[in-house]
Structures are given as structure tokens and as C-alpha cells.
Design a protein around this ligand. Structure first.
Ligand code: AMP
Ligand code: ZN
Length: 428
């Protein structure tokens, strides 16, 4: 059940002392980089010397803008000779941020993924098909190395090319897939088109899904269609990529690997720390990174720490599935909405297909939300009833009344990578 039992179940007080010790080393290492030498010199020096988990909140934050402004090498804490790998974020706006790794960084990252995958149940006997983009995106190589470390047979199929994915799954009896949740839904449609039922014709045990926000309802749809367990995997390139937080077999929140990271939740407006249980922005600090330590990074991801101990025995705290990124929040008619709220409603309604698209438009001076929803084959006869059901659900969840357009399955755009759920055409 455990990959590294001692560390995964380390008593809380010892975990905290380990974090403090590693944090002090991280600060020393970070001061080797041009960015932190300057940034930390400007902050309270006595704090940086006597850092503890209590006064951590007095250290300055690091933001995506800091990474951009100090692009490409301003955060490097080692010589370039020690760097063996570069990755970048998949950000759609502005310059993509880059992260550099030493060989030890890659080894540590790999061990975190091995720990995550083994904890979920992956074993040497599994055939692991990695349907993620290989390259600068961290989802491909990160999982690839982790699954190899566990000893599984890895099929580096990469993203897209759905028919080939299905062929590989059948030919080599794939038992585990790593897949973007929205793409898992698209692939399901291709399975249907080919008349193949994965529940009957495949031996899937696990789907590891992550890289984008998704609801519990979508997870259930994946589990139901593929006949396997779906595990949520969270990470961001600034903190390596995947392997930051991962679900255990209890599937109730993702354990953050606190021996490698410090996670804080802060109020996104005041930036004050929030206690466990309260929703806010996740702020992360690397504890083991050599090439590019990052301190108090504002992830923009909104979640909360789930209070209490997980029955699996791991002492590392859990975060709830990500509600959304603060920059993905839609503000319409004064109401704040996350796309995942809409997904959650839609995926719980019988007759709704697997894809949707939110479009924001301005009519006169008024903003409107149009939700295009694919309906399942065979639902053509009762479209009015389906529309009413969707409208009711969305109205009570969002407190505004969107316009609903039902479209046949396979009509809306699909993506090999992260889905684009919102099309904002306001004031254009
Ligand atoms: P990247 O910069 O490409 O590494 O993307 C990292 C971002 O993807 C995170 O900051 C999150 O916004 C999102 N993300 C990654 N994994 C998940 C997940 N399991 N659930 C929700 N969002 C995720
Ligand atoms: Zn657990």
C-alpha cells in the first residue's frame, strides 16, 4: 500500500520539524539565485535566518509575474552545468514560465510520482498508457518516469489520435491510463463510434486524471464508462508538475506530499493565511528542489485543506479537488462562477452528453451566458424536458439564468490537452 511507508506515515510533529529543517536549507539554496538574493535581502533578514512554520507567512510571495520578469535564468540556484532538464507551464496568456531541474530534482520528482501511483494501486504487472503530451508539458515525462519506477510496462502513446489509443489499449491489454478528464470524455465518444465497450473489452483498473479542474460528477462518469477507478492527480510545473498532490484509495481529497512541499491556504484578497477547512488560494514552497527553489508561490488555484486524518494512515494533509483558478472565474451579472460548477450540474443530469461550452456575450449593455450542451444519442425526442432540467439545475447552482442550447454529441470542439471551457466574446 505504501511506496515509502516511513515518510508517508511520519507523525505530524516530525513531519513539521522535517519541513522546517528543509525550509531553512531551501532558503540558503534560494539565496544563490539572482532573484531570491535580491528579494530575500529586502525582506526581514532575522526571519529568513530563524524561519519556522509559524513565521513562514512573513516571507514574501513569489508570483507568475516574478517568474516571467526573471525569465529565463533569474531563478537558477545552481550553475547551468548542473541542470539537466527544462519544462514549461502550459499557460495560455503571456510568456510561458520555465522551470529547470538538476538530476536530483528529476529523481525526487520521479519518486513522488512512484509514491503517488503505487499508493493508488499501480503495480509492476500493470500496463500503463500515458495519453499526455510529451515535451515541455510536465504531464508526459513526469508520469512516464514515475510509472517506470514502479515497474509497470509504460506505453508512451502521447496525446491525441484517439483510434490509435484505443487500438493500443486493446492490443496490449492496457490496465492503467493517464488522461486529461475532458479528453477521457471525448475518447468515450470515439469508443461509442467504434462500437467498443471498454467495460467488456478492456482490462482497465485505473484512470489517473488531472491537469485541469473537473467535478466529482465527471469522475463518476469516467469510472462508469471505463469500468475502473479514476484518481485525481494535481500538480503545476512550477512545483515540478504532477506528483504534488494525489488521491489515495479512499479517494477523498489529495494528499499533498508535505516532505517535499509546504502548502498554505491564503485569502486571495488579503493574502492572510487561512486555517485548515477554509477555502482560499493554494500557496506552495518547494523543500527539496536544487535547480530552482521557489518560495511561497501563488498558484491561483482555489481549494481548502480537508481537516482530519485520512483513514489510509498517511499523515500528509489532503486538499480538496480544485474549484478553479482565480483567473478562470467568470463574473457575470455580479455573480462569481467557476466553469466546474456548471460541469458538476451538467454531468449529474441524465441525457446530457460528455461535452459543453460556455460562451459569454454582450447583448445591448447586458452580459449573457450561453451554455451549449451536447445531449446523448437517443435523447432527441425529449429535448424540451432535458433543457428544462438543465435550466433548473443551473439556475439553482449559479443564481443566474443562462441560455441553454442543446447540440448533438460530437458537435463541440475537443482538445488533446486541457479543455477550453469558456469562450468570452463580451465587448468584442
Ligand atoms: P501547468 O502550468 O501546465 O503545469 O498547469 C498547472 C495548472 O493546471 C494548475 O495550477 C491547475 O490550475 C491545473 N491543474 C493541474 N492538475 C489539476 C487537477 N487535478 N485539478 C484541477 N486543476 C488542475
Ligand atoms: Zn489517504
Amino acid at each position: 500500500m505504501f511506496w515509502e511507508e516511513k515518510i508517508e506515515t511520519l507523525p505530524l510533529d516530525r513531519l513539521i520539524s522535517l519541513q522546517e529543517e528543509r525550509l531553512r536549507n531551501t532558503i540558503l539554496r534560494a539565496c544563490e539565485s539572482p532573484f531570491y538574493r535580491d528579494r530575500l535581502a529586502k525582506s526581514d533578514v532575522s526571519i529568513t535566518r530563524n524561519i519556522s512554520m509559524e513565521n513562514l507567512c512573513r516571507l514574501p510571495f513569489t508570483t507568475k509575474d516574478d517568474l516571467r520578469q526573471n525569465w529565463p535564468y533569474g531563478f537558477l540556484a545552481t550553475t547551468k552545468d548542473s541542470i539537466v532538464r527544462m519544462h514549461s507551464s502550459s499557460g495560455t496568456t503571456g510568456r510561458a514560465t520555465v522551470v529547470f531541474h538538476t538530476l536530483n530534482d528529476i529523481k525526487n520528482w520521479t519518486s513522488l510520482l512512484a509514491r503517488s501511483l503505487y499508493g493508488a494501486g499501480l503495480r509492476r504487472s500493470d500496463v500503463f498508457q500515458n495519453m499526455m503530451t510529451y515535451g515541455l508539458f510536465t504531464g508526459g515525462l513526469g508520469f512516464h518516469y514515475g510509472a517506470e519506477e514502479v515497474g509497470a510496462l509504460v506505453i508512451p502513446s502521447g496525446a491525441g489520435n484517439s483510434k490509435r489509443q484505443i487500438q493500443l489499449m486493446r492490443d496490449f491489454s492496457t490496465t492503467a491510463i493517464h488522461i486529461i478528464p475532458s479528453y477521457a470524455m471525448h475518447l468515450a465518444t470515439v469508443f461509442d463510434e467504434l462500437g467498443i465497450d471498454p467495460k467488456r473489452e478492456l482490462d482497465l483498473r485505473f484512470a489517473f486524471v488531472g491537469a485541469e479542474p473537473h467535478s466529482e460528477e465527471l469522475r463518476l462518469k469516467i469510472e462508469d464508462f471505463y469500468g475502473c477507478q479514476a484518481f485525481n492527480s494535481y500538480g503545476l510545473s512550477e512545483m515540478n508538475g504532477p506528483g504534488v498532490a494525489f488521491e489515495c484509495p479512499f479517494q477523498n481529497g489529495m494528499h499533498i506530499w508535505e516532505d517535499h512541499f509546504i502548502a498554505e491556504i491564503v485569502d486571495p484578497q488579503t493574502l492572510d493565511p487561512l486555517p485548515d477547512g477554509e477555502y482560499g488560494e493554494l500557496v506552495m514552497t518547494t523543500l527539496m528542489r536544487e535547480g530552482m527553489p521557489i518560495i511561497r508561490y501563488r498558484t491561483r488555484d482555489l481549494t481548502r485543506v480537508i481537516p482530519g486524518i485520512c483513514p489510509c494512515g498517511r499523515s500528509h494533509r489532503r486538499i480538496e479537488r480544485i474549484k478553479g483558478r482565480s483567473d478562470d472565474m467568470i463574473i457575470i451579472k455580479g455573480v462569481n462562477i467557476f466553469p466546474v460548477q456548471i460541469e458538476k450540474c451538467l454531468m449529474g443530469i441524465r441525457g446530457v452528453g460528455r461535452n459543453f461550452l460556455i460562451t459569454l456575450i454582450t447583448k445591448g449593455y447586458i452580459d449573457e451566458m450561453v451554455v451549449k450542451v451536447e445531449y446523448e444519442n437517443g435523447y432527441d425526442a425529449s429535448l424540451d424536458t432535458l433543457k428544462k432540467a438543465i435550466l433548473e439545475e443551473l439556475r439553482s447552482e449559479l443564481l443566474i439564468t443562462p441560455k441553454i442550447e442543446l447540440v448533438p454529441i460530437g458537435t463541440l470542439p475537443t482538445y488533446e490537452g486541457k479543455a477550453v471551457r469558456v469562450n468570452d466574446e463580451r465587448n468584442k
